[in-house]
Ligand binder design. Structure first.
Ligand code: HEC
Length: 106
């Protein structure tokens, strides 16, 4: 009986872990690829969590923003490298990171 109980417990635990993985992904991708510039606003990057830096950019919608991140931009405040400089990131991963960044706005 105790063996069976712990088996169920472990399965439940794994189920929980796998369902949160998708949500945590954006945060992880951001930390590994984007935070260096966007955390402190290095090189003219809009700082994450700073509403004023994002207000105008947000007005064009998230799809347009994701496209900019994928292609990169020499913008008015600095240069955003294509895919944050990591060509291994998929479009979905870029979108997850952008979504995470926008969720940090107050
Ligand atoms: C080398 C520094 C650097 C890195 C690394 C970087 N960015 Fe940027 N990012 C910038 C700069 C600079 C801008 C502002 C460009 C401009 O002047 O419009 C920018 C702009 C943006 C914007 C706003 C685009 C818009 O709509 O105007 C988004 C969203 C963004 N970055 C997301 C990301 C994501 C996601 C990552 C990681 C995958 C990332 N950035 C990595 C420097 C960086």
């Amino acid at each position: 009986m105790p063996v069976k109980t712990s088996f169920y417990f472990i399965s439940l635990l794994m189920l929980c872990l796998s369902s949160t993985a998708g949500a945590a992904n954006g945060a992880l991708i951001y930390e590994q690829n984007c935070m260096a510039c966007h955390g402190e606003g290095v090189a003219g990057a809009p700082r994450v969590g700073e509403a004023d830096a994002w207000k105008e950019r947000l007005s064009k919608g998230i799809d347009a923003m994701v496209t900019i991140v994928i292609e990169g931009v020499q913008g008015y405040s600095g240069a955003m490298p294509p895919r944050g400089g990591n060509p291994d990131l998929s479009d979905e991963q870029i979108r997850a990171a952008v979504q995470y960044m926008l969720e940090q706005l107050p």
